[in-house]
Design a protein around this ligand. Structure first.
Ligand SMILES: [Zn+2]
Length: 104
């Protein structure tokens, strides 16, 4: 995604204003946390912070590896079967809520 020059300039101006406010510590004031939120949002929009993109191929590889791991590994506390906590996660959980990291 690329920004047109006008939006980029607008964002940059906003970023400077927000930066000033943060410099004054306004984002630590009650009700001021929108300032840091907005700041982060604009940084992302400008591409300063990489958007956390989920990598489907990586998630798939993890899911497949986890599917094998949970067959071999049981809960170390109660010996129940483990289930991946969520797709793409390297952690698994038994029905008692014990969590284990199965992949590195
Ligand atoms: Zn357990």
């Amino acid at each position: 995604m690329s920004l047109d020059a006008v939006s980029e300039k607008r964002y940059l101006n906003q970023l400077v204003k927000l930066g000033d406010m943060m410099g004054d510590g306004l984002h630590h004031e009650p009700g001021g946390n929108w300032i840091s939120k907005e700041y982060t949002k604009i940084c992302k929009a400008l591409g300063y912070i990489p958007k956390t993109k989920r990598n489907p191929a990586r998630a798939k590889a993890i899911n497949e590896a986890m599917a094998k791991r949970v067959i071999d590994v049981k809960c170390g506390k109660c010996c129940l079967e483990l289930k991946q906590t969520r797709a793409g996660s390297k952690r698994a959980e038994c029905t008692n809520g014990h969590k284990w990291q199965l992949l590195k």
